[in-house]
Design a protein around this ligand. Structure first.
Ligand code: CTP
Ligand code: MG
Length: 186
């Protein structure tokens, strides 16, 4: 199947493949989220919520679990389709932890910053809203798995991910809004 694709197409597919566990974690947090907020409803020194009701334990834990499952499935199918893998057992769990926990950590940091900026839950913060989770995943990879990061992500992959993510994010949020999982379509 891959023979009919050109080099650029494969580069795009590989870029999305490498970031897929982070996408999965972020999307599944939205689908499965709800219940107890991560900040337990507590306020920060400025009397505003630490993270707000949009960040829940269920979203966090199920996002990490789902993203990791996707990453493990990808790792075991990577040989068949000759795509990059997340490493060998058990070290791929570190890479997948960076991609999933890092993504949701980036998302949490964004909400923290939004609350300090007096932006209510669900309020817009352009660019940051779209790239928070990619930034979190990259940051964790750079700290915990720099060798995997530099062996697999070239500047081209990074640019493609940074350009494609806001576009995909927009599409996914409209879907989330339509199925009633998001209060606002962004
Ligand atoms: N969600 C969750 N737990 C998380 C992340 C997301 O439960 N750790 C769910 C929440 O239901 C949230 C929805 O996914 O409302 C959309 O996520 P996001 O857009 O990141 O949150 P917002 O509601 O927009 O809140 P914020 O203003 O803090 O970004
Ligand atoms: Mg939001």
């Amino acid at each position: 199947m891959l023979e009919i694709l050109g080099e650029i197409d494969i580069l795009i597919l590989k870029s999305l493949w490498l970031i897929l566990p982070a996408y999965a974690a972020n999307s599944f947090a939205v689908i499965a989220g709800g219940g107890k907020p991560v900040d337990f409803g507590k306020k920060f020194y400025d009397e505003k919520r630490i993270f707000g009701d949009g960040k829940t334990w269920r979203g966090l834990i199920s996002g990490i679990a789902f993203g990791t499952i996707i990453g493990v499935l990808q790792t075991y199918s990577s040989e068949i389709i000759e795509f990059p893998s997340f490493g060998f057992f058990p070290s791929f769990f570190i890479v997948l932890f960076c991609l999933t926990f890092g993504a949701l950590f980036g998302d949490l940091c964004k909400s923290f910053v939004k609350r300090r900026m007096n932006i209510k839950r669900g309020g817009k913060l352009p660019v940051i809203d779209q790239l928070d989770f990619v930034a979190g995943a990259f940051l964790f990879l750079l700290i915990l798995s720099p060798s995997w990061f530099f062996q697999n992500l070239t500047l081209y992959h990074i640019i493609i991910i940074l350009v494609a993510t806001p576009l995909l994010h927009r599409v996914m949020n409209i879907v989330g809004y339509r199925i009633g999982k998001k209060k606002v379509p962004w």
